[in-house]
Design a protein around this ligand. Structure first.
Ligand SMILES: [Zn+2]
Length: 341
């Protein structure tokens, strides 16, 4: 059986930056309720990141906070949420949280159960209220971040490690987490913030081993034409589209001002739904996350250019997602079609 996905205008949120904001500033395991959105990013501006597990630490120390962040994005209007597994790896938990391999696997599985519980509870909570939310088809995407995101050396932003690793090494590194996420029952995999084409291909070749799984692939890009590692975005898109499990392609965690050019570069060349969830335009390592009031106007432009799945990555808040939803609510739908074709 194969699975085909039809995705029209959907709205997506990215939670890990917000979880990361909380955990990095307040210490792990503390009660963090009451600080959301702009407040936390403002506080985050004055802090540093010194935990190699980043947001993945919360899977151990504060899973309730992750669920709370998921829920807040659902209330803001997101139809798709992504698991807090972007920076999660077995060796990372073993090295930095003194987990056994078995414990690390169950921690990564927890990222899926938390997201699914958040969706279930959200639907139960809202189904009897005015504006019945049962019509909302929520999806949980398993976040598959790049190798560099688990190295705590900012290498996800240039991807130069691919020059020293061969395809098999990349596949070996990605395989365990993909297996865990798939077995835990995600609706699809969000292969995201990928800086280099070869890493996307390594992941897609691993996905061959899980033939019922579908995914999107979104790249991180350094300008209006190129991936962070330097390949042309249009070449990367047309290459990953040849893999049959890819249901959407696009851009995430890139500066919003680059997206228009990137979308232009694939106009007429891509045959898949386009996913865009840029960051809010500020570079997090320079510690200057502020609200970007222009984000919504960027989003409307991307929709004009044909983007079908839109949302926000680092620094984009539930309030931004709510603005987007209100602006395009008449066009929103999310539908996956399972077929035997
Ligand atoms: Zn991001």
């Amino acid at each position: 059986m194969s699975i085909n996905a039809t995705v029209q205008y959907s709205i997506l949120c990215r939670q890990y930056a917000t979880v990361q904001d909380y955990t990095s500033h307040f210490g792990f395991g503390e009660t963090l309720a009451g600080l959301i959105g702009i407040e936390c990013t403002t506080i985050w501006n004055h802090t540093s990141h010194d935990d190699p597990l980043w947001s993945a630490r919360a899977l151990i120390d504060n899973p309730g906070e992750i669920k709370r962040v998921h829920t807040s994005f659902l209330h803001s209007g997101a139809n798709i949420i992504l698991t807090d597994s972007y920076q999660a790896s077995i060796e990372g938990f073993c090295r930095h949280a003194q987990c056994t391999s078995e414990a690390a696997i169950s921690v990564i599985k927890r990222s899926v159960s938390i997201a699914k519980e958040a969706c279930q509870e959200f639907l139960e909570e809202t189904q009897n209220k005015e504006g019945n939310e049962l019509s909302r088809n929520l999806l949980v995407g398993g976040s598959v971040g790049p190798y560099g995101a688990c190295q705590f050396d900012k290498s996800e932003y240039h991807g130069n490690y691919v020059d020293k690793m061969n395809l098999e090494e990349l596949k070996s590194w990605h395989r365990p987490r993909i297996k865990i996420l798939v077995e835990a029952g995600v609706d699809f995999l969000a292969v995201e913030t990928i800086p280099a084409l070869v890493e996307a291909e390594a992941i897609l070749q691993v996905l061959n081993e899980f033939p019922s799984v579908i995914c999107w692939v979104s790249f991180s890009c350094k300008d209006q034409t190129h991936l962070c590692h330097g390949e042309k975005f249009c070449d990367a898109v047309t290459t990953v589209e040849t893999y049959k499990q890819v249901e959407a392609v696009g851009i995430n965690c890139s500066a919003p001002e680059h997206v228009q050019g990137l979308l232009s570069s694939i106009h007429g060349k891509s045959t898949k739904p386009i996913v865009v969830y840029a960051n809010n335009g500020q570079e997090w390592w320079k510690k200057r996350f502020d609200n970007n009031p222009d984000y919504i106007s960027y989003v409307l432009g991307w929709l004009e250019q044909g983007a079908k799945i839109i949302g926000g990555c680092c620094g984009v808040t539930p309030a931004d997602i709510e603005d987007i939803r209100n602006a395009i609510k008449d066009r929103l739908t999310t539908k996956f079609i399972h077929s035997d074709n």
